[in-house]
Design a protein around this ligand. Sequence first.
Ligand code: SF4
Length: 321
Amino acid sequence: MPLDRKREQGPLKHVFGPVSSKRLGQSLGVDLLPMKSCTWNCVYCQIGRTKHYVTDRCEFYPAEEILKEIRNALQTGTHIDWITFVGSGETLLYKDIGYLIEEVKKMTAIPVAVITNGSLFHLEEVRRELLHADAVLPSLNAGSEELYERIDRPASGFTFQQHLDGLVRFRREYNGKLWVEVMLLKGINDSDEALYELAGAMKQVAPDMVHLVLPTRPASEQQVALPDEERIDRAVAILSTAAPVLHPAKGSMDLSCATDLLEAVTAIVSRHPIQDKELSDALFARFSGDQAQVEQVMKELSFSGRFGTVERGGDVYWIPS
Ligand code: SF4
């Protein structure tokens, strides 16, 4: 399985941020996987197509190496609202994530969240390992086998019914916050019919909340587009019959605490593209509105050779070079 060379060269292989988001406040990200290791190949994926599916769980990196980075990040004293396990792929492919969660809980009272596609919830060991997380955020993008196949494009042997059953079982066993993420895609799952099907499946899962999210960053497939406002409102209304729905909003980058801007921006861009405007806004806040300094730093970042740009929907995005 190929490793991401850029991350191996940087001082931090696993920890990035904190990144500011509406859902998790100041979130310290912990990436457990080599790029890109996933059971799915979603049409909306921000980190590119899944060239080779990975379906077997594995300790991709030594747990102690990951814990050391988390410990060091906590010692900087930076304000952190959540420690979030997330992967360059499917997070729960990391075997023994339960051990990592328990060890982090011994280090700090900061709550732990796990972002996952939920495709491995049919495995009893996976569900058990998550029981001590404070919040788990799995995906459910479709209410039918047909749409599940079209959107998530899973590895062979992964079915919609298996996915839904796994979520339902996990909900019965897990007492923490279950926030199910729905990616809303124009012309794919934003029709009334698709949303009613999805709401029916969501009722079976009975999450604490539904987080509606949008494909605001360049996706692996060109056909992926933002839904119209009217469809977003409709999705909120229909899915609200199953659980409270968090209306989608763009997350914003926070570079206020970054001591090494080049490394901080590299760590974020290596995980997902960032909009040029989002980056300049974050630098504007970092330098208290000093536009000349913002332009200087943007130039230095651009000349570092680490980034390239792409244009999507009239917006420019930074990607790894
Ligand atoms: S969006 Fe997440 S679950 Fe889907 S292919 Fe990308 S990494 Fe995997």
